[in-house]
Design a binder for this molecule. Structure first.
Ligand code: SF4
Length: 467
């Protein structure tokens, strides 16, 4: 049995940030090569601190869904997963045994050599008859930033593609460092130029800054008068959104797996937690803000405040993904990075099989079943605030300066609206939803939303009462 975990950045504000990781997880699930594919995030749930607990198997491969190496792949993710590693990740990845699971952590997908095939695919989409006789390729990167070390992969890809014989010229150009993208007319002599942005997703840079810096007016732009005569530029989509990235991820996972053919076993703690949840569901009961009932071999999940409403009044979904998508925003359309905040929208019901119930509840309340069952069994360990604060690096290291009063002040506002009970702050929780108290859910460690708010408080940027 094997689990694959895809790690994304996520966002406290933007609900679309996680969409690319969801899409790749669904594509890879469809291939059936892993028993499960789970997503985890820095700024959403399940968080990096929680995600390993949510995997069903003891054989876990973790792939950072980043386009290049840098601060997140080398510092934040290894630290938060508890890998005991900081700094560059070796080509063979890092393997550790954590809490009974064998965890293999790989390089980010963007640095895998097969991304070169994705660059060529994107170039061919933009210019189907590309010809080595008259076509130049530009591999376009952002350039090294505080968080990413992206230029190396751009140069390596350009170098390798130069040797492919597919293009008359291959250039590595950048948005934010030399050689800059705006210098292309001086450097490129071929009459046709195909530009492939080596970016994770479509966004401000690919839609606005790159076209502006290059003088592009659309997917194809004619330049009748450049230092090298008339040239035409063909602008491709970013590599990170190409469906072939799913193959790159699978290559990475296969390489990380090495000789381990058998995989692992079902994780006993995970299994016991979900067995307990299924037993609760069979009896019918409440978990957080939802009501679960069993009806002729399937389960219905709905907001507890919609109890008794006819099904025809509610939007019905029949897949875990449908439940996920309906509950990712509150009724005002705002993103819900912390799923235990009491802002679950009403007006829907999910009708699910038993297998789908497990995945549906995982999406609805990530890590809640595993952590609450561990608390129920007295095996959940809380991480006090000073430990969380000491671990922070980069812009978040500032939270180490927060006084206990500041932390309490922020928590009194942020956590007031959360179902979880702050074990990390010394609060106690005698019962859980497993013992019949629906909203009784432990919080073992301050979430990244709270850490971010404490940082704002320490920086003096947090408005009175606002968050
Ligand atoms: Fe909820 Fe506060 Fe815990 Fe975050 S830190 S999960 S807001 S109780």
């Amino acid at each position: 049995m094997r689990s694959l975990v895809l790690i994304g950045h996520g966002s406290h504000l933007n609900g679309e940030s996680a969409a690319a990781v969801y899409r790749y997880a669904e594509l890879i699930r469809g291939r059936g090569l892993f028993d499960e594919v789970v997503e985890g995030y820095w700024k959403e749930e399940p968080s990096l601190r929680q995600v390993l607990k949510t995997t069903a198997s003891t054989d876990v491969t973790v792939i950072p869904m980043f386009i290049s190496e840098g601060y997140f792949t080398e510092t934040v993710i290894p630290r938060e997963l508890g890998l005991g590693h900081q700094g560059p990740v070796p080509p063979e990845g890092i393997a550790r045994v954590l809490g009974g699971r064998t965890v293999r952590y790989t390089l980010p997908y963007g640095v895998h050599p097969s991304m070169r095939d994705v660059i060529v695919e994107r170039a061919r989409e933009a210019l189907p008859d590309l010809d080595a006789a008259d076509t130049a390729l530009v591999v376009l990167g952002h350039g090294t930033t505080r968080n990413e070390n992206s230029n190396r992969v751009i140069y390596e890809n350009a170098q390798a593609l130069r040797g492919s014989g597919l293009f008359a010229e291959v250039h590595a150009l950048f948005l934010d460092e030399d050689p800059k993208v705006g210098t292309w007319p001086e450097k490129i002599t071929a009459p046709r130029v195909v530009v492939v942005p080596f970016f994770a997703s479509e966004g401000w840079h690919t839609l606005e800054t790159i076209p502006e810096d290059m003088g592009l007016t659309g997917d194809v732009t004619e330049f009748p008068d450049t230092p090298h005569g008339p040239q035409t530029v063909y602008y491709a989509k970013p590599v990170g959104t190409h469906p072939a990235v799913a193959d790159v991820i699978l290559h990475l996972a296969e390489e990380a797996r090495g000789a381990s053919e058998r995989g692992g076993d079902e994780d006993r703690a995970w299994h016991a937690a979900w067995q307990a949840l299924v037993s609760l569901a069979r009896r019918g009961g409440r978990l957080g803000e939802v009501l679960i009932s069993a009806q002729s071999g399937v389960y219905e999940v709905r907001h507890a405040l919609d109890e008794g409403r006819p099904g025809s009044d509610l939007t019905t979904v029949v897949t875990p993904e449908g439940l996920r998508d309906l509950t990712r925003r509150d009724e005002g359309g705002n993103h819900r990075p912390v799923h235990t905040l009491r802002n679950l929208p009403r007006g829907w019901r999910a009708v699910l099989s038993e297998d789908d119930l497990v995945r549906g509840v995982h999406f609805l309340y990530p890590a809640v079943v595993e952590e609450t069952y561990a608390h129920h069994c007295r095996t959940l360990r809380a991480t006090p605030w000073p430990t969380t604060a000491r671990r922070q690096t980069g812009i978040y290291s500032r939270v180490q300066r927060a006084t206990p009063e500041q932390v309490e002040h922020v928590a009194s506002e942020v956590c007031a609206n959360c179902l979880r009970t702050r074990l990390w702050a010394g609060e106690t929780l005698a019962q859980t939803f497993f013992s019949g108290v629906p909203g009784a859910i432990p919080c073992a460690e301050a979430c990244t939303l709270l850490v971010a708010e404490v940082r704002e408080e320490v920086s003096g940027k947090r408005g009175a009462g606002g968050h």
